[in-house]
Write a protein that binds this ligand. Structure first.
Ligand code: AHM
Ligand code: MG
Length: 333
C-alpha cells in the first residue's frame, strides 16, 4: 500500500510540473512546512513528558495568556524557516511584529501562522492545530514588507493547516484544490488520503461558543433559534460540535459540511479570531473546496486589514449555512 501512496513532498513536485505558481521556492517552503508539521506532531505528543504543559505567565500580542507550548511551537517555527531561504518575513500569533527571516534573492514569501491553535486544549490532550497562510511578497525592508502585506498588494497563494488529533493531518491548497494527508509515523511521511476535498453545500453541524449566546446580537440569536428548531424535513435541529480548537472544528465542517462562527461579543468587539493567520488561511482553503467564509456581512478575503493582529468576525463552512448566517445578519429573514 505504501509504495503506491502519494507523499506530501511528491504531491508538491507533481503540482510543480503543471502549476506555474508552484515555484521552486514555494515548493521548498511547503516541504519545510511538512517537516515542521512532523516535528510539532512529535513535540506536542511528548510535551507532557517534557514538562511543557501549563502557562508561561506572559501574554501574547493580542492579550491571550501564553502556554509553554505556544512559545515552544513558535520558536520551532521561527528556527525552521530561518534556516531556509524562501521566507522573507514571518507573522505569528506569538510575535508582536513581523519578523524578517531573509532578504535574499530566494526570499519571495511572507508566512503568516498560528503555530498552536486551540491553546486551551494543550493540557487536556484534546485536538490542536497549526495554521499557515503564504503570501507572495515584495519589499526590501521591514516597513515595505509589512505595508505591502497589509495593503494586499501581496496575494495569498497557498494555505493550510496541520491538525494534531487521533492522527496528525496536513491539509493544504496552493489554489488548485484542497488535499489532505495523514502522517504515517513509522514512515515519517504525510500520505495523501483526501484527494480534491469538496465541502458539502450543506451539513448539519454547527460550531460556536454558545456560552457567549447572551452577548451576541439578536440576529445571531435568531440564527441559533432557526438551527435548533425541530424539523426533520429540513434536517433540523443541527448538532452542536465545539472542541475549542478552530482547526478541529473547521476540519469537521470542511469534510462533513456545517458551519463554524465566532461573532463579536463583550470581550471581543471585533470578533476573537485574527485575520492574517487564523481566518484568511482557512478562508482560502474553504473557498478552494467550494465552501464559503465571511465576516457575516462581506466575503472574508475582501476585508481590508490595517494591523498584523487585526481581528475579524468570522463564519466559515458550507455555502448554504454561511449564506443563511449572512441573511440573518443583514436582516434578510
Ligand atoms: P488560540 O489561537 O489562542 O487557541 O485562540 C483561538 C481559538 C480557536 O482555536 C477557537 O475556536 C477559539 O479560540 C476558542 O475560543 P473560546 O474559548 O472563546 O471559545
Ligand atoms: Mg489560534
Amino acid at each position: 500500500m505504501h509504495t503506491k501512496a502519494m507523499t506530501f513532498s511528491r504531491h508538491i513536485l507533481e503540482e510543480a510540473k503543471v502549476q506555474q505558481d508552484m515555484t521552486a521556492e514555494l515548493s521548498s517552503l511547503l516541504m519545510q512546512m511538512g517537516y515542521v508539521g512532523k516535528i510539532l506532531s512529535r513535540e506536542i505528543a511528548r510535551a507532557p513528558l517534557k514538562g511543557r504543559l501549563g502557562l508561561v505567565g506572559e501574554t501574547n500580542p493580542t492579550g491571550d495568556a501564553q502556554k509553554k507550548l505556544d512559545v515552544y511551537t513558535n520558536d520551532i517555527m521561527v528556527e525552521a524557516f530561518s534556516e531556509t531561504g524562501p521566507v522573507a518575513g514571518l507573522v505569528s500569533e506569538e510575535l508582536e511584529e513581523l519578523k524578517i527571516l531573509s532578504l535574499g534573492r530566494e526570499a519571495k514569501y511572507i508566512l503568516c501562522t498560528d503555530p498552536l491553535d486551540g491553546s486551551s486544549n494543550t493540557d487536556i490532550n484534546a485536538p490542536i492545530g497549526t495554521i499557515f497562510g503564504i503570501y507572495r511578497c515584495s519589499g526590501n525592508n521591514h516597513r515595505e514588507l509589512e505595508q505591502n502585506l497589509l495593503n494586499e498588494r501581496m496575494k495569498q497563494i497557498a494555505a493550510g493547516y496541520v491538525l494534531y488529533g487521533a492522527s496528525t493531518m496536513l491539509v493544504y491548497t496552493c489554489g488548485h484544490g484542497v488535499y489532505g494527508f495523514t502522517l504515517d509515523c513509522d514512515l515519517g511521511e504525510f500520505l495523501l488520503v483526501h484527494e480534491n476535498i469538496s465541502c458539502p453545500a450543506r451539513g448539519h453541524y454547527c460550531s460556536a461558543n454558545l456560552g457567549r449566546y447572551h452577548e451576541w446580537s439578536s440576529d445571531i440569536q435568531n440564527f441559533i433559534a432557526h438551527l435548533t428548531v425541530h424539523d426533520p424535513s429540513t434536517r433540523r435541529p443541527y448538532s452542536l460540535r465545539y472542541t475549542g480548537a478552530l482547526v478541529a472544528d473547521f476540519h469537521r465542517s470542511l469534510l462533513e459540511g456545517g458551519v463554524y462562527f465566532y461573532p463579536p461579543d463583550a470581550d471581543h468587539k471585533n470578533g476573537k479570531l485574527r485575520f492574517l493567520y487564523e481566518c484568511a488561511p482557512l478562508a482560502f482553503v474553504v473557498e478552494q473546496a467550494g465552501g464559503c467564509a465571511s465576516t457575516g456581512t462581506q466575503r472574508l478575503l475582501d476585508l481590508k486589514v490595517e494591523l498584523l493582529h487585526q481581528r475579524a468576525p468570522f463564519v466559515i463552512g458550507s455555502t448554504e449555512e454561511v449564506a443563511l448566517y449572512e441573511k440573518f445578519l443583514t436582516g434578510g429573514t
